[in-house]
Design a protein around this ligand. Structure first.
Ligand SMILES: [Zn+2]
Length: 148
């Protein structure tokens, strides 16, 4: 695991992401601490809906893995967070926490991913994946070796 973290940190540095990482049960971005949380839980169903969502909004290739898509989504928060004021982010968080109780179907999930801060992160992630195939492939390799 330490080797995995070291490799992810190296990848972040190489690709000019100035944030740290932490292992956690779920993915997330802590904007106060500037730390991306790397989740270890698996949600195959949600992963499948998320891929559909990303394709709907322009993701161009299909071999990107669920965990790497989540990681790049969190980097999307890191990269777009400054578009929002603290109040806006707190509002989004409030609405999303209400939604999180009803995440059992794709409609609710799509609405969640279309919330302003999520949508900004998702559009950023789609562009990043589409236009940085080499970097994304490196990250896929790092994540795959973690689970191997
Ligand atoms: Zn998010």
């Amino acid at each position: 695991m330490e080797n995995f973290k070291a490799r992810v940190r190296e990848w972040l540095q190489k690709n000019d992401f100035d944030c740290d990482i932490e292992m956690d049960t779920d993915f997330g971005y802590d904007w106060g601490a500037n730390i991306v949380h790397i989740g270890t839980s698996q949600y195959p169903e949600v992963g499948c809906w998320y891929k559909k969502f990303m394709f709907k909004y322009g993701l161009a290739w299909s071999h990107v893995t669920d965990d790497v898509m989540c990681m790049i989504h969190e980097l999307g928060h890191y990269s777009t967070i400054e578009q929002f004021t603290d109040i806006e982010l707190l509002m989004c968080q409030f609405v999303k926490s209400e939604m999180l109780d009803r995440m059992e179907n794709p409609d609710t999930m799509f609405k969640y991913w279309e919330m302003r801060d999520e949508f900004a992160a998702n559009c950023w992630a789609i562009d990043f994946i589409n236009y940085n195939i080499e970097a994304v492939n490196e990250l896929i390799e790092i994540f795959n070796e973690r689970s191997a």
